[in-house]
Design a protein around this ligand. Structure first.
Ligand code: G3H
Length: 536
């Protein structure tokens, strides 16, 4: 390879296994048919640039269809037809048969692991190991969802008798679910709503996020072959066009959206009958770390680096501001700086800590936050001591951040780490209390009394307090949600099943005629809903 000053490689000289995948996608899935789009397409530029003849250019990965409203209508009509007002094949199918479709899908999905992981790396700049983790975590999530459905079903396989009324209570589907995932976990978080929606008997329309789109293409066939026609429809294009159209019809029953609060509100407002729309939202967050003067400084600095900079800080759960006690601020900042300086910056296949950013506008936005903060007195530390280059933004510490600065309030979603110091605990507590966000917080201290004093004032501000560890979503069986502008609804493996279903019961007064009817239905197994059959 020719010597170059650039952090980016000369892509044509990379070994075969690191060559970019290319996908000129025109396919999409509607009503069980993989269709070919003849209209406009959107080209996909990788966050990885190639440096040739001293010139930098993003690597082109191909394109995806820019469908129009007419295609969105076809997807909606297909989903409605499949649901058939709750009487469709999928909605009324025995749960065990639905689960077997899902198991077929898992097997077909696993075959595509390499293609999906490779595209994840190139499309959104996620490291190879994290991309593989995202794929495997998703497969595990589907498997866990199947087990949770079996469990839910076993518990519902009984007839209850209360105040002279018999009842069999189950959870049933709601209708047509529209799922829109985020770019940072384009597979995992998209499937974290799609899979539970499907498994509960709904029909679905999926539209991927703005980035991280092509990686779903290898799975279109798996969806087509695993589920009845119209149950999964996958469309591509501008979220504002397709999303606004679909919501505006008033025929979407559940909107599952992971992204910005602004877009969530725009979409929600399109629905002409908001009372008919259920929403499941994963939105913005500004999770703080609160670093006390009695913490283990070494361990805390390491954990804060991971919390703030895993996947370049592009996680909704990332630590987005660090509050550090003034007694230990100098030492903590020094250690944080050393940890960051020792971390590797590079290309996704090298498995570094920091990789290029997929959003083209993000480097300029982050620079704007830095300029604003430094102009108002913050100190800027760049631990790697290097200048940014195109999509490669080196981590930056901003020390002495206060409420005058944008970075104190805004979710940076990138490798800029604001640090505020405090002398009284009331300062970070007030920060959280007054924040528009309420997802999680991390508390760092070795002293149980210090931690206890923070738990009670903070536990009603956020939905998860992490003791001596970074904020995170997993394990996926734990509730994942947020207060205020951070979320609507709860997503864990079992909570998600509840979000995409509604409790429904068949009830009968305890009369001899009703007893005879109920007994016959059970004995003859003539209803899928009224049944005591277990799924093992
Ligand atoms: O972007 C938000 C993700 O749900 C965070 O998940 O904590 O596992 O990275 P994570």
């Amino acid at each position: 390879m020719v010597e170059t000053q650039s952090i980016f490689p000369i892509v044509s000289e990379l070994p075969e296994q690191h060559q970019p995948p290319v996908c000129h996608q025109r396919s999409y899935l509607i009503n069980g048919e993989i269709k070919t789009w003849k209209g406009d397409v959107k080209s996909v530029q990788s966050p990885v640039y190639t440096s040739e003849n001293g010139k930098l250019a993003p690597v082109n990965l191909g394109h995806f269809p820019l469908l129009d409203e007419a295609e969105a209508e076809k997807a909606l009509a297909a989903a409605e037809q499949a649901y058939n007002k709750g009487q469709g094949e999928w909605a009324t199918m025995k749960v065990k048969d639905r689960l077997s479709c899902m198991e077929t899908f898992i097997e077909k999905m696993k075959v595509q692991r390499e293609a999906v992981v490779r595209m994840l790396m190139w499309e959104i700049g996620k490291t190879e190991s994290d991309s593989a983790k995202e794929f495997d975590r998703t497969v595990e999530y589907i498997q866990d969802t199947i087990d949770a459905v079996k469990d839910m079903n076993r518990k519902a396989a009984k007839l209850e008798l209360e105040q002279g009324v018999y009842a069999q209570i189950r959870r049933g589907p709601i209708g047509v679910v529209f799922c829109m995932g985020p770019y940072n976990y384009p597979l995992n978080e998209t499937f974290a709503t799609l899979i539970p929606a499907l498994i509960m008997g709904n029909s679905t329309i999926l539209k991927p996020a703005k980035y991280g789109v092509l990686l779903l293409e290898p799975l279109l066939k798996a969806f087509k072959e695993s589920f009845p026609a119209g149950v999964v429809n996958i469309i591509y294009g501008k979220g504002s066009l397709l999303g606004n159209y679909l919501l505006g019809t008033g025929r979407i029953h559940v909107l599952a959206f992971i992204g910005s609060t602004r877009v969530a509100n725009v979409l929600k407002k399109q629905h002409p009958k908001p009372n008919r729309l259920r929403t499941v939202f994963g939105l913005e967050a500004k999770n703080p770390a609160i670093v006390m003067n009695d913490c283990d400084i070494d361990a805390t600095a390491k954990e804060c680096m991971l919390g703030a900079l895993s996947y370049n800080g592009q996680r909704c759960t990332a630590l987005k501001i660090i509050w550090v006690h003034e007694d230990i601020a100098a030492e903590f900042i020094q250690k944080l700086k050393q940890n960051i300086a020792a971390s590797k910056v590079g290309m996704p296949w090298e498995n570094p800590q920091i990789t290029p950013l997929p959003e083209p506008d993000k480097p300029a936005y982050l620079q704007e936050l830095v300029n604003d903060a430094t102009s108002k007195g913050a100190e800027l530390i760049i631990p790697h001591g290097k200048d940014d280059e195109a999509s490669m933004v080196y981590p930056k510490l901003l020390v002495g951040v206060n409420s005058e600065m944008k970075v104190y309030h805004e979710e940076q979603f990138g490798p800029v780490v604001p640090i505020a110091t405090f002398s009284s605990l009331q300062e970070p507590i007030d920060y959280l209390t007054n924040s528009p966000y309420g997802q999680q917080a991390s508390l760092f201290s070795d002293n149980h009394e210090t931690i206890a004093n923070l738990i009670d004032p903070l536990v009603n501000q956020v939905c998860r307090l992490n003791i001596n560890s970074q904020c995170q979503r997993g394990p996926d069986v734990y509730p994942f949600n947020g207060r205020k502008d951070s979320a609507e609804g709860t997503l864990s493996v079992s909570d998600a099943l509840r979000q995409f279903s509604i409790r429904t019961l068949v009830a009968a007064k305890n009369t001899s005629t009703n007893k005879r009817i109920i007994s016959s239905i059970y004995q003859e197994r003539s209803s899928n809903f009224m049944s005591t059959d277990f799924i093992l």
